[in-house]
Design a protein around this ligand. Structure first.
Ligand code: SAM
Length: 241
């Protein structure tokens, strides 16, 4: 039997293997290529995501009137999602598991003292931060790349101030054709993994129904509002009860 080894020679367990495949994908240039080649359906989804995120963050800032409006972006990638709200926030922490994405985002915001970028695994958030964030965002359907969605929401909740909000943008159950069109436009290897999840170069990209999002919020003990973005996406807004 072939044993997969890490760089230090220790065997890779399946969770580590999943993380190593994921970082390999996002460290490379395939995701950058995808971002540069949005299809019309994906472009509309991202444009609507941009508008809705801004609207919710502006409303939240007016309601909370914090001394400093602080936002955490989980899976910030190269920082393009931070551009959505950079003018609204006083301080932004962007975290990403990929070293290369961390470096791209750091470069994008170098010289801007209000943006801090760190290489952090989303599942370690509770070890890294207290509950200081007015808003926690997770955009570009990042939640669908992760197997443990309730773990992700629980971690996000642990760093959110009690009256803050979490904003998750995800693919809806109607996104399959749009996902396939986008991923195949740059020649990525795709297959259906289950009825709601694609395998994309060994990564998962999952779609969500309103019901599933409701169940996740219930499990996390949070209230949820779900807004359609376009036909292929939802914005899930979660609050503490
Ligand atoms: C689909 S991309 C979205 C990037 C960005 N938010 C955007 O909208 O363009 C997902 C990002 O999440 C990061 N990611 C995946 N799993 C993660 C984890 N466990 N912790 C932190 N970041 C993660 C990936 O490295 C990648 O940059």
């Amino acid at each position: 039997m072939v044993k997969l080894l890490q760089k230090d020679g220790n065997p890779i367990c399946s969770k580590e293997r999943q993380i190593s495949r994921l970082t390999e994908f996002f460290d490379g240039d395939k995701f950058e290529l995808l971002k540069a080649n949005e299809t019309p359906a994906i472009h509309n989804y991202h444009s609507q995501e941009h508008l809705c995120i801004r609207q919710h963050l502006n409303e939240l800032k007016k309601r909370l009137k914090p001394k400093e409006f602080i936002i955490l972006d989980i899976g910030c990638g190269n920082g393009s999602s931070i551009e959505y709200f950079i003018d609204i926030a006083d301080k932004i922490e962007g975290i990403d598991i990929s070293k290369a994405q961390e470096e791209r985002a750091k470069q994008r915001f170098s010289g801007n003292p209000k943006v801090i970028i760190k290489q952090v695994n989303a599942f370690d958030l509770s070890k890294k931060y207290p509950a200081i964030f007015d808003a926690v965002v997770c955009l570009g359907s990042t939640m669908g790349n992760l197997k443990d969605q309730i773990g992700l929401i629980t971690q996000a909740k642990s760093v959110l101030r009690p009256d803050g909000i979490m904003l998750f943008s995800v693919y809806s159950e109607h996104a399959r054709d749009a996902q396939i069109e986008w991923y195949s436009s740059i020649g990525l290897a795709i297959s259906d993994r289950t009825c709601d999840t694609l395998n994309v170069e060994d990564q998962i990209s999952k779609r969500f129904t309103r019901q599933e999002l409701g169940q996740l919020a219930k499990q996390a003990g949070m209230e949820i509002t779900i807004e359609p973005l376009t036909e292929i996406g939802y914005l899930a807004i979660l609050r503490n009860k």
